[in-house]
Design a protein. Structure first.
Lengths: 320, 250
């Protein structure tokens, strides 16, 4: 079971004092998979990654990397994980080469000199091999951090916000690199940028307030959720009466105003085309239908929807 | 075989980096320059007045006495950034996610600073060498060697205390002053140990420099003193490892 799962997490919980950072996380990842943690700042992404990289133990629950428990076999876990922390801490007074040689030695990297060259090639930093880290730009430092994580050819890569602070061209490069790496290894990355999760990840875990609120492929997340077949409807009528009218139609789940007079967004039952009903209803009511078009639902909307639902159920639970 | 050689290898890798780090940081050069300047001044004054009275005291420890006082102020500056800087810069996260045991990190840091101090102490040997040339029949090498052995043990213990305290802080300056306070406290403790009561005896035993001046400095090799310094070093490094470990649970 765990031999297949490169990352296996069960009921993982971490409290800082009395505050829960993550609560009851359950997930796994296999070789050749890029798994994304998606969530707002403070959702618990970094905490989960720190536990998986062997930096800190969980309060309860368990996690294993390649079958090794992160608490019991911490050293084995740390040998197999390449970790890039969020702020990419580096030693500014060392050169890029010195830094990589130091961490590579601690990781017992075989053929270290060759690996340093390869890793720097991968992150396109060969021309700065002997520059002091303190003199590098933020984007370059980010790439040194990435080279450091790749250096010992870990089976599992854990990257905390890997594209933050990079310029657009570099972001594209790094995303492409992560996708390539994800073919043979297991990559767990965190991001709060939804389009990034959509582009890079095979599977996305949406995490909010320390809990996983949804997990699936980006495509399925979009398909399975209400709002996948959202329509924008504009008619020569008052928003209020238009809303009232459409809400009565069968197959329509929700009608929301757009802020523009006479225009609403209509959510149908997933998988059902409600356009004929909407058009008929408006015409029968003697109104003029001005516009009707599908509006794609982005991961952004799903994310907001899910986190809002999670908050709503939480406050209901509190009242009971 | 390779596995069993692992722990010392990590300690050595970390120590080597710290040792090299001293030679690229201006602070270490300033400290070394200051130490040699003060010692040189003291040495010169001794020789000058010795020459005027026609009687140069052939005591090889001419610079070791004042050196101990200087070290109490120098050691905190040497150790202040060892662990505090890793915490301040966040690189502790890299160290603690590398396959390195917490104690390997602490001992490696300590060993790096110890090697630097050994280099510094080795240079101070120049003064007794000069003195040996100037006097007949020369200086007592036995006492000198014992005094230097004591000095090395004393330095090892003070550095270990400094590394341990550096682990408590993110700010090197806070580590500097706390270490200074602790070292001075352990020194002053000897003053309380002048009586004959049990408390005095305990204070006397715990005093950092009494073990040095009472025996090793006089050329007396007593196992009690050696054990005292070695256990103080080991205990400080052990507590330092616990402090690093506790950071994980935060």
């Amino acid at each position: 079971m765990s031999a297949q799962h490169m990352i296996d997490v069960q009921d993982l919980t971490k409290f800082y004092g009395r505050n829960p950072a993550i609560q009851g996380l359950n997930f796994h990842a296999v070789r050749g998979e890029v798994l994304g943690f998606l969530g707002p700042n403070g959702a618990g992404k970094t905490t989960a990654m720190r536990i998986l990289s062997g930096y800190m133990p969980p309060t309860s629950g368990s996690a294993s990397i390649a079958g090794y428990d992160v608490v019991e076999d911490s050293l084995e876990v740390r040998r197999r994980v390449g970790y890039m922390p969020e702020t990419v801490p580096l030693y500014p007074e060392m050169t890029v080469h010195e830094f990589l040689a130091y961490l590579g030695a601690l990781h017992r990297t075989p053929d270290l000199e060759d690996r340093i060259d390869e890793a720097l090639e991968e992150v396109q930093l060969t021309d700065r091999t002997h520059s002091y880290i303190g003199s590098l730009s933020k984007g370059m430092r980010q790439r040194v951090g990435l080279a450091q994580a790749l250096l010992h050819q870990p089976e599992v890569l854990i990257l905390d916000e890997p594209t933050i602070g990079l310029d657009p061209a570099q972001i594209i490069e790094v995303r492409k690199m992560i996708k390539d790496l994800g073919r043979q290894r297991t990559v767990l990355l965190s991001t709060h940028i939804l389009s990034e999760a959509q582009q890079v990840c095979d599977r996305v875990l949406i995490i909010n307030k320390g809990r996983i609120v949804a997990g699936d492929t980006p495509e399925n997340l979009q398909a399975q959720l209400a709002g996948a077949d959202r329509l924008l409807v504009r008619a020569a009528a008052e928003t209020g009466s238009l809303k009232e009218l459409l809400e009565q139609q069968p197959g329509i789940v929700r009608v929301t105003g757009t802020g523009e007079e006479g225009a609403v967004e209509v959510d149908g039952t997933p998988g059902q085309d409600v356009r004929p009903e909407v058009a008929r209803a408006i015409v029968h009511a003697g109104l003029d239908l001005l516009e009707m078009r599908p509006v794609g639902v982005s991961l952004e909307d799903i994310f907001l929807q899910l986190t809002r639902e999670a908050e709503a159920s939480e406050s209901n639970g509190g009242e009971r | 075989m390779a596995e069993s050689a692992n722990p010392m290898r990590n300690v050595w890798i970390i120590a080597a980096r710290e040792f090299r780090q001293y030679f690229i940081s201006p602070l270490a050069y300033v400290i070394a320059a200051m130490v040699f300047l003060i010692l040189g001044g003291i040495f010169f004054i001794n020789l000058y007045f010795g020459a005027q009275t026609g009687q140069i005291n052939p005591d090889g420890r001419i610079v070791i006495g004042p050196l101990v006082t200087i070290l109490v102020f120098v050691i905190p500056a040497i150790t202040m950034r060892l662990l505090a800087d890793e915490q301040r810069m966040g690189t502790m996260e890299l160290m603690l996610t590398a396959p390195v045991r917490d104690w390997e990190l602490v001992i490696g840091k300590w060993l790096g600073s110890f090697l630097y101090m050994l280099a510094l102490l080795a240079v101070t040997w120049v003064y007794p060498l000069i003195l040996h040339q100037l006097t007949t029949p020369g200086i007592d090498q036995g006492i000198l060697v014992a005094a230097y052995l004591g000095l090395v043990l004393l330095v090892a213990a003070m550095l270990a205390i400094g590394v341990m305290i550096s682990g408590l802080f993110e700010n090197p300056i806070a580590a500097l002053f706390t270490t200074l306070a602790v070292l001075l406290g352990l020194w002053i403790l000897g003053g309380l140990g002048s009586g004959a009561s049990t408390g005095s005896q305990i204070a006397n035993y715990l005093s950092l420099v009494d073990h040095f001046y009472a025996n090793l400095y006089r050329g007396v090799l007593d196992l009690t003193d050696i054990v005292y310094y070695l256990s103080l070093t080991a205990l400080s490094l052990f507590v330092g490892s616990l402090i690093v470990q506790a950071r994980r649970w935060r």
